[in-house]
Design a protein around this ligand. Structure first.
Ligand SMILES: Nc1ncnc2c1ncn2[C@@H]1O[C@H](COP(=O)(O)OP(=O)(O)OP(=O)(O)O)[C@@H](O)[C@H]1O
Length: 487
């Protein structure tokens, strides 16, 4: 994978950092997250790894996903432990040009975010007294205007809009749930942004469950629980992203429960995003689970074909590009597990067009997407796929190879065949032979059926423990990548 080139002058040792990072991060994730809008540099003689990002929200997302890899890249390039610093770059963000630069600092090892210093802004917290809509703008919050509504997210969108408008009208929590990359964070940011505009004096606290956990632990260590509680329990709107992070953290769950109770009892609203239906939040206390289940529980599922096309049109238009419908279809029609993947395909194509100046022809896009789809992912063996599918669905591997036709096995078997085609190197015939001596047309039919499930946002097939086939497939893909990475 060639590290992404930037059209802006590079920061010190940027190309070396990128080369190492491109090795540490899975290629498709590298392409998605470390495009030219991100700049990396080793400053202060290697003491600081600065990551320049177009806006603060993007910085948060990079930080939560790539802190280890970034620190490791700096270590390999400079031979020392660097402090990680995110900075919203003036050069990259017109909006922030007239604003003081927002910075957040992560120390290697602790991974926690250092306390804000004068002139710096703390990650993810938006505490009302400083606030105005302009502050929300500077934070780079995404908005409802940029959110494409379809059957896959209609309820979540309506509920978030209603929550922002009706802030102060006490009601149960709003729980947005869905697999990765389906727009939960985008909706939370939109809610924050609109609530801030409509209710400028509201105290809004917006953070990830991980940040809540870190602050709680720091408060215990620093014997400042009182300060922590005063700050978190007085919000009018408490927005917590990735709340599933609290799983198995008993003390933090208890603290969060008390925070939740305090905020609600004062008429405030709690909004959380989780990666699955709250009923399926394992290792979450019954108290929290029942609170979540008692609220408005709104799913985000994989977008159907029409919504995918609308998403591509909207994302391209946001960059000032009007795409011909033929190209919209080429980008949007292959089923994808998340909107992030969809955006990734568009980003790669638009970035290349801009950098090379080539014309955006359907032929070229088709070729380029073909390359992307066949590009550098691992090719797990049939045995690995079988083992992974069996583990995720809690069935015996032999069952996948057997003749049973119970739904608990036929669905996972079809997913296994689909994955074997998409990720493995085996032919239809080999896959059929492996999975119980079936013939190649059975495998082709399975592939077709799974593709059809993925095209619909709500598929009729129930996979226990998952909201949709797409969600089950996304989990299997992650497990397969994990299996490969761990050898
Ligand atoms: N309906 C939508 N309209 C416009 N953009 C969307 C929509 N859904 C998702 N996106 C975009 O897809 C990308 C991923 O969305 P987001 O970060 O909100 O996902 P998420 O569900 O929070 O996933 P994760 O848990 O991985 O963070 C973002 O760039 C977001 O703007």
């Amino acid at each position: 994978m060639t590290p992404a080139a930037s059209t802006l002058p590079s920061l010190p040792r940027e190309s070396e950092l990128r080369a190492v990072l491109a090795e540490l991060v899975e290629p498709s994730r590298y392409a998605l997250w470390f495009g030219e809008e991100v700049r990396l540099g080793l400053l202060d003689g290697g003491e600081t790894l600065e990551v320049q990002v177009p806006n603060e929200a993007f910085g948060h997302r990079l930080e939560s996903r790539f802190t280890d890899s970034l620190i490791e890249s700096a270590r390999r390039v400079s031979g020392r432990d660097s402090r990680l610093r995110f900075r919203v770059s003036d050069a990259l963000d017109d909006q922030s040009r007239s604003q003081p630069t927002a910075t957040l600092v992560v120390d290697p090892g602790s991974k926690s975010v250092a306390a804000p210093r004068p002139g710096m802004s703390e990650r993810s917290a938006s505490v009302a007294p400083q606030g105005s809509a302009a502050l929300a703008e500077r934070r780079g919050l995404r908005t409802f205007d940029e959110f494409v509504v379809g059957p896959c997210n209609q309820l979540a969108h309506a509920a978030a809009l209603d929550a922002a408008r009706g802030l102060g009208r006490s009601c149960g929590p709003l729980v947005l749930h869905g697999a990765v990359g389906l727009g939960k964070t985008h909706l939370l940011e939109s809610l924050h942004h609109l609530a801030k505009r409509l209710h400028p004096s509201a105290r809004i606290l917006h953070l990830t469950a991980e940040a809540f956990t870190n602050r709680f632990l720091e408060a215990i260590r620093g014997q400042n629980l009182g300060g922590f509680r005063a700050r978190h329990r007085q919000a009018d709107l408490l927005i917590v992203d990735d709340a599933h992070f609290l799983a198995a953290k008993r003390a933090t769950q208890d603290e969060f429960l008390h925070t939740y109770n305090a905020v609600s009892s004062q008429g405030g609203l709690v909004v959380v995003a989780v990666d699955r239906h709250p009923r399926r939040l394992e290792r979450m206390s019954d108290e929290l689970r029942t609170r979540f289940l008692g609220g408005v529980v709104a799913p985000l599922t994989v977008p159907d074909q029409e919504t995918r096309r609308a998403l591509i049109r909207s994302k391209a238009a946001a960059r000032g590009v009007a795409l011909p419908e033929e190209i919209v279809a080429l980008l949007a029609d292959p089923p994808r597990a998340s909107v992030r993947e969809l955006e990734g395909a568009l980003n790669v194509v638009l970035a290349e067009v801009r950098l090379t100046g080539r014309a955006l022809s359907p032929l070229w896009v088709r070729e380029r997407l073909g390359e992307l789809l066949t590009a550098p992912r691992s090719s797990p063996s049939l045995a690995t796929i079988e083992r992974t599918v069996a583990r995720v669905f809690g069935i015996a591997p032999e069952a996948l190879r057997g003749q049973t036709r119970s739904r608990a096995v036929t669905g996972p078997r079809m997913l296994a065949m689909y994955l074997a085609r998409r990720r493995g190197r085996a032919s239809y015939a080999e896959i059929g032979r492996h999975f119980g001596g079936r013939n190649h047309s059975t495998v082709m039919a399975a592939e077709k059926r799974v593709s059809a499930w993925l095209l619909r946002s709500h598929d009729p097939y129930r996979f226990p423990g998952f909201d949709s086939a797409a969600e089950a497939l996304a989990r299997l893909e992650r497990e397969l990548d994990g299996d490969e990475a761990s050898g």
